[in-house]
Design a binder for this molecule. Structure first.
Ligand SMILES: Cc1cc2nc3c(=O)[nH]c(=O)nc-3n(C[C@H](O)[C@H](O)[C@H](O)COP(=O)(O)OP(=O)(O)OC[C@H]3O[C@@H](n4cnc5c(N)ncnc54)[C@H](O)[C@@H]3O)c2cc1C
Length: 400
Protein backbone atom coordinates (compact mmCIF):
# COMPACT_ATOMS: atom_id res chain seq x y z
CA UNK A 1 0.00 0.00 0.00
CA UNK A 2 1.58 3.29 -1.11
CA UNK A 3 0.35 6.31 0.85
CA UNK A 4 2.60 8.85 -0.89
CA UNK A 5 1.40 11.23 -3.60
CA UNK A 6 2.89 10.74 -7.06
CA UNK A 7 4.22 13.56 -9.28
CA UNK A 8 0.97 13.31 -11.28
CA UNK A 9 -1.03 13.72 -8.04
CA UNK A 10 1.00 16.83 -7.18
CA UNK A 11 0.36 18.28 -10.65
CA UNK A 12 -3.35 17.57 -10.25
CA UNK A 13 -3.35 19.33 -6.86
CA UNK A 14 -1.69 22.37 -8.40
CA UNK A 15 -4.30 22.47 -11.17
CA UNK A 16 -7.33 22.32 -8.88
CA UNK A 17 -5.75 24.72 -6.39
CA UNK A 18 -5.19 27.30 -9.11
CA UNK A 19 -8.76 26.92 -10.37
CA UNK A 20 -10.27 27.21 -6.88
CA UNK A 21 -8.21 30.28 -6.07
CA UNK A 22 -9.31 31.95 -9.28
CA UNK A 23 -12.99 30.99 -9.15
CA UNK A 24 -14.23 30.61 -5.59
CA UNK A 25 -16.15 33.84 -4.82
CA UNK A 26 -14.48 35.65 -1.91
CA UNK A 27 -17.81 36.54 -0.28
CA UNK A 28 -18.73 32.85 -0.05
CA UNK A 29 -15.36 31.57 1.23
CA UNK A 30 -15.23 34.36 3.78
CA UNK A 31 -18.50 33.08 5.29
CA UNK A 32 -17.20 29.51 5.49
CA UNK A 33 -13.79 30.49 6.91
CA UNK A 34 -15.42 32.70 9.55
CA UNK A 35 -18.19 30.29 10.62
CA UNK A 36 -20.98 32.42 9.19
CA UNK A 37 -23.93 30.96 7.28
CA UNK A 38 -23.99 30.62 3.50
CA UNK A 39 -27.40 31.34 1.97
CA UNK A 40 -29.31 29.16 -0.48
CA UNK A 41 -28.15 31.48 -3.27
CA UNK A 42 -24.50 31.11 -2.23
CA UNK A 43 -24.73 27.33 -2.40
CA UNK A 44 -26.52 27.32 -5.76
CA UNK A 45 -24.08 29.89 -7.21
CA UNK A 46 -21.09 27.79 -6.21
CA UNK A 47 -22.68 24.55 -7.46
CA UNK A 48 -23.33 26.18 -10.85
CA UNK A 49 -19.75 27.48 -11.09
CA UNK A 50 -18.49 23.96 -10.47
CA UNK A 51 -20.94 22.54 -13.00
CA UNK A 52 -19.65 25.05 -15.58
CA UNK A 53 -16.16 23.57 -15.09
CA UNK A 54 -17.50 19.99 -15.15
CA UNK A 55 -16.54 19.43 -11.50
CA UNK A 56 -19.87 19.41 -9.63
CA UNK A 57 -20.01 15.59 -9.36
CA UNK A 58 -16.42 14.29 -9.43
CA UNK A 59 -17.36 10.72 -8.47
CA UNK A 60 -20.01 10.24 -11.18
CA UNK A 61 -19.21 8.12 -14.24
CA UNK A 62 -17.99 10.24 -17.14
CA UNK A 63 -21.02 9.27 -19.27
CA UNK A 64 -23.29 11.17 -16.85
CA UNK A 65 -21.02 14.20 -16.46
CA UNK A 66 -18.50 12.98 -13.87
CA UNK A 67 -14.77 13.68 -14.04
CA UNK A 68 -13.22 10.21 -14.26
CA UNK A 69 -10.90 11.14 -11.36
CA UNK A 70 -9.53 8.25 -9.32
CA UNK A 71 -10.01 7.94 -5.55
CA UNK A 72 -6.75 9.80 -4.79
CA UNK A 73 -7.70 12.70 -7.05
CA UNK A 74 -11.14 12.94 -5.44
CA UNK A 75 -9.46 12.99 -2.04
CA UNK A 76 -7.12 15.78 -3.17
CA UNK A 77 -10.12 17.67 -4.51
CA UNK A 78 -11.91 17.43 -1.14
CA UNK A 79 -8.77 18.58 0.68
CA UNK A 80 -8.23 21.57 -1.58
CA UNK A 81 -11.87 22.64 -1.28
CA UNK A 82 -11.67 22.48 2.49
CA UNK A 83 -8.41 24.41 2.57
CA UNK A 84 -9.81 27.47 0.80
CA UNK A 85 -13.24 27.41 2.46
CA UNK A 86 -15.38 26.20 -0.45
CA UNK A 87 -18.84 25.32 0.82
CA UNK A 88 -19.03 21.94 -0.89
CA UNK A 89 -21.89 20.62 -2.94
CA UNK A 90 -24.91 19.48 -0.94
CA UNK A 91 -24.96 15.69 -0.84
CA UNK A 92 -28.70 15.03 -1.24
CA UNK A 93 -28.78 15.24 -5.04
CA UNK A 94 -25.26 14.58 -6.27
CA UNK A 95 -24.09 12.05 -3.68
CA UNK A 96 -27.29 10.37 -2.50
CA UNK A 97 -30.21 10.14 -4.92
CA UNK A 98 -28.12 10.27 -8.12
CA UNK A 99 -26.22 7.00 -7.50
CA UNK A 100 -29.57 5.30 -6.78
CA UNK A 101 -31.10 6.64 -10.00
CA UNK A 102 -28.00 5.57 -11.96
CA UNK A 103 -28.12 2.03 -10.59
CA UNK A 104 -31.83 1.34 -10.23
CA UNK A 105 -33.72 4.12 -12.08
CA UNK A 106 -35.50 3.90 -15.44
CA UNK A 107 -33.89 5.33 -18.56
CA UNK A 108 -36.42 8.20 -18.48
CA UNK A 109 -35.50 9.00 -14.86
CA UNK A 110 -31.80 9.04 -15.73
CA UNK A 111 -32.34 11.31 -18.74
CA UNK A 112 -34.53 13.75 -16.84
CA UNK A 113 -33.10 13.97 -13.32
CA UNK A 114 -29.33 13.47 -13.66
CA UNK A 115 -28.57 16.60 -15.73
CA UNK A 116 -30.78 18.64 -13.40
CA UNK A 117 -28.87 17.32 -10.37
CA UNK A 118 -25.54 17.98 -12.05
CA UNK A 119 -26.22 21.68 -12.60
CA UNK A 120 -28.45 22.24 -9.53
CA UNK A 121 -31.63 22.96 -11.46
CA UNK A 122 -33.31 20.95 -8.70
CA UNK A 123 -32.48 21.20 -5.01
CA UNK A 124 -33.07 17.80 -3.37
CA UNK A 125 -33.77 16.78 0.20
CA UNK A 126 -33.86 13.41 1.95
CA UNK A 127 -37.14 11.99 3.29
CA UNK A 128 -36.00 8.94 5.28
CA UNK A 129 -36.42 9.63 9.03
CA UNK A 130 -39.80 9.82 10.75
CA UNK A 131 -40.80 10.40 14.35
CA UNK A 132 -39.95 7.04 15.94
CA UNK A 133 -38.10 5.76 12.86
CA UNK A 134 -34.51 7.00 12.81
CA UNK A 135 -32.03 4.31 13.79
CA UNK A 136 -34.79 1.76 13.26
CA UNK A 137 -35.51 3.19 9.81
CA UNK A 138 -37.27 0.11 8.47
CA UNK A 139 -40.14 0.73 10.91
CA UNK A 140 -41.20 3.82 8.90
CA UNK A 141 -44.95 4.38 8.54
CA UNK A 142 -45.48 6.95 5.76
CA UNK A 143 -48.00 5.14 3.60
CA UNK A 144 -48.26 5.11 -0.21
CA UNK A 145 -51.31 3.42 -1.75
CA UNK A 146 -51.88 2.90 -5.44
CA UNK A 147 -54.98 4.68 -6.79
CA UNK A 148 -57.69 2.53 -8.43
CA UNK A 149 -56.46 3.40 -11.94
CA UNK A 150 -52.90 2.40 -10.98
CA UNK A 151 -51.47 5.73 -12.20
CA UNK A 152 -50.60 7.36 -8.87
CA UNK A 153 -49.60 6.69 -5.32
CA UNK A 154 -51.48 8.55 -2.58
CA UNK A 155 -48.92 9.42 0.09
CA UNK A 156 -49.86 10.12 3.72
CA UNK A 157 -47.54 10.52 6.69
CA UNK A 158 -44.67 12.55 8.07
CA UNK A 159 -40.92 12.86 7.63
CA UNK A 160 -38.68 14.69 10.07
CA UNK A 161 -35.20 16.25 10.39
CA UNK A 162 -35.38 17.02 6.67
CA UNK A 163 -32.23 19.07 6.10
CA UNK A 164 -32.80 22.27 4.10
CA UNK A 165 -36.16 20.94 2.94
CA UNK A 166 -37.47 24.52 3.06
CA UNK A 167 -35.48 25.22 -0.14
CA UNK A 168 -36.10 21.92 -1.90
CA UNK A 169 -37.67 21.34 -5.29
CA UNK A 170 -37.65 17.56 -4.88
CA UNK A 171 -37.62 15.03 -2.04
CA UNK A 172 -36.68 11.36 -2.25
CA UNK A 173 -38.78 9.35 0.16
CA UNK A 174 -39.01 5.90 1.62
CA UNK A 175 -42.69 4.96 1.87
CA UNK A 176 -44.57 1.87 2.98
CA UNK A 177 -46.37 0.24 0.06
CA UNK A 178 -47.12 -3.12 1.73
CA UNK A 179 -48.05 -2.89 5.42
CA UNK A 180 -48.59 -6.66 5.63
CA UNK A 181 -45.07 -7.67 4.56
CA UNK A 182 -42.02 -7.99 6.86
CA UNK A 183 -40.96 -4.43 7.63
CA UNK A 184 -37.95 -4.31 5.25
CA UNK A 185 -39.92 -5.87 2.43
CA UNK A 186 -42.87 -3.48 2.16
CA UNK A 187 -40.95 -0.27 1.38
CA UNK A 188 -40.68 1.66 -1.92
CA UNK A 189 -38.51 4.57 -3.05
CA UNK A 190 -40.38 7.61 -4.47
CA UNK A 191 -39.21 10.87 -6.05
CA UNK A 192 -41.68 13.58 -5.05
CA UNK A 193 -42.05 17.13 -6.37
CA UNK A 194 -42.19 19.44 -3.34
CA UNK A 195 -44.75 21.67 -5.09
CA UNK A 196 -47.34 18.86 -5.13
CA UNK A 197 -50.54 19.87 -3.27
CA UNK A 198 -50.79 18.33 0.20
CA UNK A 199 -47.13 18.84 1.23
CA UNK A 200 -46.47 21.08 4.24
CA UNK A 201 -42.97 22.01 5.43
CA UNK A 202 -42.64 23.17 9.02
CA UNK A 203 -39.33 24.46 10.46
CA UNK A 204 -37.49 22.91 13.40
CA UNK A 205 -35.25 25.55 14.99
CA UNK A 206 -32.22 23.94 16.59
CA UNK A 207 -30.00 24.80 19.57
CA UNK A 208 -28.02 27.27 17.47
CA UNK A 209 -31.23 29.09 16.42
CA UNK A 210 -30.70 28.03 12.82
CA UNK A 211 -33.45 26.86 10.50
CA UNK A 212 -31.58 23.92 9.03
CA UNK A 213 -34.05 21.06 9.49
CA UNK A 214 -37.78 20.59 9.02
CA UNK A 215 -40.79 18.40 9.45
CA UNK A 216 -42.49 17.49 6.16
CA UNK A 217 -46.14 16.40 6.18
CA UNK A 218 -47.90 14.50 3.38
CA UNK A 219 -51.67 14.74 3.19
CA UNK A 220 -53.13 12.77 0.26
CA UNK A 221 -50.18 13.72 -1.96
CA UNK A 222 -50.56 12.32 -5.49
CA UNK A 223 -47.30 10.97 -6.90
CA UNK A 224 -47.16 9.60 -10.47
CA UNK A 225 -46.25 5.93 -10.49
CA UNK A 226 -43.37 6.72 -12.91
CA UNK A 227 -41.71 8.50 -9.96
CA UNK A 228 -41.05 5.22 -8.19
CA UNK A 229 -37.43 4.14 -8.52
CA UNK A 230 -37.04 0.45 -9.34
CA UNK A 231 -39.53 -2.14 -8.23
CA UNK A 232 -42.36 -1.75 -5.75
CA UNK A 233 -41.46 -3.06 -2.27
CA UNK A 234 -37.72 -3.26 -3.10
CA UNK A 235 -36.98 0.23 -1.71
CA UNK A 236 -35.01 -1.06 1.28
CA UNK A 237 -32.32 -2.41 -1.04
CA UNK A 238 -32.04 1.00 -2.71
CA UNK A 239 -32.11 2.79 0.66
CA UNK A 240 -29.15 0.77 1.95
CA UNK A 241 -27.21 1.40 -1.26
CA UNK A 242 -27.73 5.14 -0.73
CA UNK A 243 -26.65 5.04 2.93
CA UNK A 244 -23.31 3.49 1.90
CA UNK A 245 -22.72 6.61 -0.20
CA UNK A 246 -23.83 8.91 2.64
CA UNK A 247 -21.10 7.76 5.04
CA UNK A 248 -18.02 7.99 2.86
CA UNK A 249 -16.40 11.43 2.89
CA UNK A 250 -17.98 12.07 6.29
CA UNK A 251 -14.52 12.12 8.01
CA UNK A 252 -13.99 15.66 6.67
CA UNK A 253 -10.27 15.67 7.45
CA UNK A 254 -9.59 18.72 5.26
CA UNK A 255 -12.15 20.80 7.16
CA UNK A 256 -10.79 19.69 10.49
CA UNK A 257 -7.22 20.60 9.45
CA UNK A 258 -8.42 24.08 8.50
CA UNK A 259 -10.34 24.41 11.78
CA UNK A 260 -7.30 23.26 13.76
CA UNK A 261 -5.39 26.14 12.15
CA UNK A 262 -8.18 28.52 13.22
CA UNK A 263 -8.13 27.14 16.79
CA UNK A 264 -4.38 27.63 17.07
CA UNK A 265 -4.61 31.17 15.73
CA UNK A 266 -7.29 32.10 18.26
CA UNK A 267 -5.42 30.37 21.09
CA UNK A 268 -2.31 32.37 20.25
CA UNK A 269 -4.27 35.62 20.50
CA UNK A 270 -5.85 34.75 23.87
CA UNK A 271 -3.74 35.30 26.98
CA UNK A 272 -3.57 33.18 30.12
CA UNK A 273 -1.24 34.01 33.03
CA UNK A 274 0.57 36.53 30.87
CA UNK A 275 1.30 34.29 27.91
CA UNK A 276 -0.57 32.99 24.85
CA UNK A 277 -3.18 30.37 25.77
CA UNK A 278 -1.65 27.95 23.27
CA UNK A 279 1.48 27.88 25.46
CA UNK A 280 -0.54 26.97 28.55
CA UNK A 281 0.51 23.36 29.34
CA UNK A 282 -3.03 22.07 29.92
CA UNK A 283 -4.63 23.75 26.93
CA UNK A 284 -1.64 23.04 24.70
CA UNK A 285 -1.77 19.35 25.64
CA UNK A 286 -5.43 19.15 24.58
CA UNK A 287 -4.64 20.75 21.22
CA UNK A 288 -1.66 18.41 20.72
CA UNK A 289 -3.76 15.32 21.55
CA UNK A 290 -6.39 16.45 19.06
CA UNK A 291 -3.79 17.06 16.37
CA UNK A 292 -2.40 13.54 16.86
CA UNK A 293 -5.91 12.07 16.53
CA UNK A 294 -6.41 14.07 13.34
CA UNK A 295 -3.10 12.87 11.87
CA UNK A 296 -4.09 9.27 12.65
CA UNK A 297 -7.49 9.81 11.01
CA UNK A 298 -5.83 11.26 7.92
CA UNK A 299 -3.66 8.16 7.59
CA UNK A 300 -6.72 5.94 7.96
CA UNK A 301 -8.49 7.93 5.24
CA UNK A 302 -5.44 7.54 2.98
CA UNK A 303 -5.48 3.78 3.59
CA UNK A 304 -9.15 3.65 2.59
CA UNK A 305 -8.43 5.83 -0.46
CA UNK A 306 -5.52 3.59 -1.41
CA UNK A 307 -7.63 0.43 -1.24
CA UNK A 308 -10.41 2.21 -3.19
CA UNK A 309 -7.81 3.04 -5.86
CA UNK A 310 -7.01 -0.67 -5.94
CA UNK A 311 -10.67 -1.32 -6.76
CA UNK A 312 -12.09 -2.17 -3.34
CA UNK A 313 -15.26 -0.27 -2.36
CA UNK A 314 -15.47 1.37 1.07
CA UNK A 315 -16.81 -1.21 3.48
CA UNK A 316 -17.49 -1.04 7.22
CA UNK A 317 -14.36 1.09 7.67
CA UNK A 318 -16.59 4.02 6.59
CA UNK A 319 -18.16 3.63 10.06
CA UNK A 320 -14.76 4.14 11.72
CA UNK A 321 -14.18 7.28 9.68
CA UNK A 322 -17.60 8.59 10.65
CA UNK A 323 -17.06 8.06 14.38
CA UNK A 324 -13.50 9.43 14.57
CA UNK A 325 -14.19 12.26 12.12
CA UNK A 326 -17.19 13.52 14.05
CA UNK A 327 -15.53 13.15 17.46
CA UNK A 328 -12.66 15.32 16.21
CA UNK A 329 -15.04 17.90 14.70
CA UNK A 330 -16.91 18.14 18.00
CA UNK A 331 -13.73 18.40 20.06
CA UNK A 332 -12.51 21.24 17.83
CA UNK A 333 -15.68 23.24 18.51
CA UNK A 334 -15.33 22.55 22.26
CA UNK A 335 -11.75 23.83 22.35
CA UNK A 336 -12.67 26.91 20.31
CA UNK A 337 -15.33 27.88 22.86
CA UNK A 338 -12.91 27.15 25.70
CA UNK A 339 -10.28 29.33 24.02
CA UNK A 340 -12.42 32.46 23.65
CA UNK A 341 -14.37 31.98 26.90
CA UNK A 342 -16.91 34.77 27.52
CA UNK A 343 -16.52 36.23 24.02
CA UNK A 344 -18.47 33.22 22.68
CA UNK A 345 -21.40 33.96 24.99
CA UNK A 346 -23.38 36.65 23.08
CA UNK A 347 -25.58 34.77 20.64
CA UNK A 348 -25.23 37.10 17.71
CA UNK A 349 -27.54 35.41 15.20
CA UNK A 350 -27.84 38.50 13.01
CA UNK A 351 -24.06 38.53 12.60
CA UNK A 352 -24.13 34.85 11.63
CA UNK A 353 -26.77 35.59 9.03
CA UNK A 354 -24.53 38.40 7.69
CA UNK A 355 -27.06 41.09 8.58
CA UNK A 356 -24.29 43.27 10.05
CA UNK A 357 -20.57 43.32 9.35
CA UNK A 358 -19.17 43.19 12.85
CA UNK A 359 -20.09 41.22 15.93
CA UNK A 360 -21.73 42.92 18.90
CA UNK A 361 -18.76 41.83 21.05
CA UNK A 362 -16.35 43.49 18.67
CA UNK A 363 -14.53 40.15 18.43
CA UNK A 364 -15.62 38.79 15.06
CA UNK A 365 -13.73 35.48 15.30
CA UNK A 366 -15.41 34.55 18.56
CA UNK A 367 -19.00 35.61 17.89
CA UNK A 368 -20.10 32.54 15.89
CA UNK A 369 -18.37 29.96 18.07
CA UNK A 370 -21.17 29.14 20.52
CA UNK A 371 -23.57 28.57 17.63
CA UNK A 372 -20.90 26.53 15.85
CA UNK A 373 -20.42 24.41 18.96
CA UNK A 374 -24.16 23.80 19.30
CA UNK A 375 -24.57 23.07 15.59
CA UNK A 376 -21.90 20.39 15.66
CA UNK A 377 -23.71 18.31 18.30
CA UNK A 378 -25.64 16.97 15.28
CA UNK A 379 -22.66 15.29 13.65
CA UNK A 380 -22.66 12.26 15.94
CA UNK A 381 -26.40 11.76 15.27
CA UNK A 382 -26.96 12.24 11.55
CA UNK A 383 -25.80 9.88 8.82
CA UNK A 384 -26.54 7.01 11.25
CA UNK A 385 -25.69 7.79 14.88
CA UNK A 386 -22.23 6.93 16.22
CA UNK A 387 -23.73 4.22 18.46
CA UNK A 388 -25.20 2.57 15.36
CA UNK A 389 -21.78 2.83 13.63
CA UNK A 390 -20.27 1.01 16.62
CA UNK A 391 -22.86 -1.76 16.17
CA UNK A 392 -21.81 -2.03 12.50
CA UNK A 393 -18.13 -2.25 13.47
CA UNK A 394 -18.81 -4.91 16.07
CA UNK A 395 -20.81 -7.00 13.60
CA UNK A 396 -18.87 -6.48 10.36
CA UNK A 397 -15.26 -6.02 11.57
CA UNK A 398 -15.07 -7.72 14.96
CA UNK A 399 -17.59 -10.41 13.97
CA UNK A 400 -19.47 -10.17 17.30
C1 LIG B 1 -29.11 17.90 12.04
C2 LIG B 1 -29.76 16.65 11.53
C3 LIG B 1 -30.05 16.55 10.18
C4 LIG B 1 -30.70 15.41 9.69
N1 LIG B 1 -31.05 15.39 8.37
C5 LIG B 1 -31.81 14.36 7.92
C6 LIG B 1 -32.33 14.40 6.59
O1 LIG B 1 -32.08 15.34 5.82
N2 LIG B 1 -33.14 13.40 6.20
C7 LIG B 1 -33.43 12.33 7.01
O2 LIG B 1 -34.15 11.43 6.58
N3 LIG B 1 -32.96 12.27 8.29
C8 LIG B 1 -32.17 13.27 8.75
N4 LIG B 1 -31.69 13.25 10.05
C9 LIG B 1 -32.14 12.17 10.93
C10 LIG B 1 -31.06 11.22 11.40
O3 LIG B 1 -30.75 10.30 10.38
C11 LIG B 1 -31.59 10.54 12.67
O4 LIG B 1 -31.69 11.54 13.68
C12 LIG B 1 -30.70 9.44 13.13
O5 LIG B 1 -30.76 8.34 12.26
C13 LIG B 1 -31.10 8.96 14.57
O6 LIG B 1 -32.45 8.66 14.63
P1 LIG B 1 -33.39 9.30 15.75
O7 LIG B 1 -33.18 10.78 15.79
O8 LIG B 1 -34.77 8.81 15.52
O9 LIG B 1 -32.84 8.74 17.13
P2 LIG B 1 -33.11 7.30 17.72
O10 LIG B 1 -32.99 6.26 16.68
O11 LIG B 1 -34.39 7.36 18.51
O12 LIG B 1 -31.89 7.14 18.72
C14 LIG B 1 -31.87 7.77 20.02
C15 LIG B 1 -30.56 7.38 20.71
O13 LIG B 1 -30.54 5.95 20.90
C16 LIG B 1 -29.38 5.38 20.28
N5 LIG B 1 -29.74 4.08 19.68
C17 LIG B 1 -30.82 3.83 18.89
N6 LIG B 1 -30.81 2.53 18.49
C18 LIG B 1 -29.69 1.97 19.03
C19 LIG B 1 -29.11 0.66 18.95
N7 LIG B 1 -29.67 -0.31 18.25
N8 LIG B 1 -27.94 0.45 19.61
C20 LIG B 1 -27.33 1.44 20.33
N9 LIG B 1 -27.85 2.71 20.43
C21 LIG B 1 -29.00 2.97 19.79
C22 LIG B 1 -28.96 6.37 19.21
O14 LIG B 1 -27.62 6.28 18.91
C23 LIG B 1 -29.32 7.71 19.87
O15 LIG B 1 -28.29 8.09 20.74
C24 LIG B 1 -31.02 14.34 10.57
C25 LIG B 1 -30.69 14.44 11.92
C26 LIG B 1 -30.07 15.57 12.41
C27 LIG B 1 -29.75 15.65 13.88
Amino acid sequence: MDLNYSAADDAFRAEVRAWLEANLPADISSKILNHRRPSRDDLVRWHKLLAGRGWSAPHWPVEYGGTGWNATQRHIWDEENARVGAPGVLPFGVAMVAPVIMKYGSEAQKQYYLPRILDCTDWWCQGYSEPGSGSDLASLKTRAELTADGKHYLVNGQKTWTTLGQHADMIFCLVRTDPEAKKQEGISFLLIDMKTPGITVRPIIMLDEEHEVNEVFFDNVQVPVENRVGEENRGWTYAKYLLGHERTGIARVGNSKRELGFLKRVAKQQQKNGRPLLEDPLFGAKVAALEIELMALELTVLRVVSSESAGKGPGPEASMLKIKGTEIQQMLTELMVEAVGPYAQPFDTAYLECEHDHAVTGYDDAAPLAAYYFNYRKTSIYGGSNEIQKNIISQMILGL
